[in-house]
Design a protein around this ligand. Sequence first.
Ligand code: NAP
Length: 187
Amino acid sequence: MPRVIFLTAATLDGFLATDDDSLDWLFATPGGEGGDESFQRFLAGIGVLVQGSTTYEWVLRHEELVAHPERWPEYYGDRPTFVFTSRSLPEVAGADIRFVSGSVADAWADIVAAAGERDVWVVGGGDLAGQFADAGLLDEVRVSIAPVTLASGRPLLPRVLGSDRLRLESVGRSGQFAELTYAVTAP
Ligand SMILES: NC(=O)c1ccc[n+]([C@@H]2O[C@H](COP(=O)([O-])OP(=O)(O)OC[C@H]3O[C@@H](n4cnc5c(N)ncnc54)[C@H](OP(=O)(O)O)[C@@H]3O)[C@@H](O)[C@H]2O)c1
């Protein structure tokens, strides 16, 4: 069975993005562009990506992917990507994007089949990671904390999870980012 890993950057006060979905705070932080060696190692172990529609639409806009579909592989390679949405969204020509809606449990068999021998990366947002946690399918949270506070925005993980469900596994540092890894246990 693949492991499900929510890997993301967040602010010190626990937000993934501003209320209007800006990541300027991240790109303004030294090292915030990502793509370093440890991220490439992580990506090598990933067989499939899952993301919510806000995250997908952010990448579409930011990289102008409808006009420049050749940029998609620079982000995600040729991995299948499941996008959770109740709407009809633009596609990226040539990319293996599968639009799904409903519970993550219902999509799970297809996600497992797409992952092959590798793991699942929950790219975001926080509520989708929470849906995996609710279903007992989230294995790990890896968060890179930037030295930034926003006071409000899109939450990292809007669920109540106690220390009975989260266990600190490792602590690291990458430049200005504190890198925390938590194991998640099922409810
Ligand atoms: N800091 C980082 O490294 C990082 C990483 C990832 C994302 N982000 C940013 O964080 C923000 C996250 O946005 P967000 O919190 O709104 O989360 P999101 O998960 O990206 O999108 C949420 C939307 O996805 C759809 N959705 C979610 N679950 C669904 C389900 N089970 N069935 C059908 N549709 C479902 C719903 O919209 P519809 O049904 O209307 O489509 C929902 O409103 C974005 O701005 C993103 O760019 C930051």
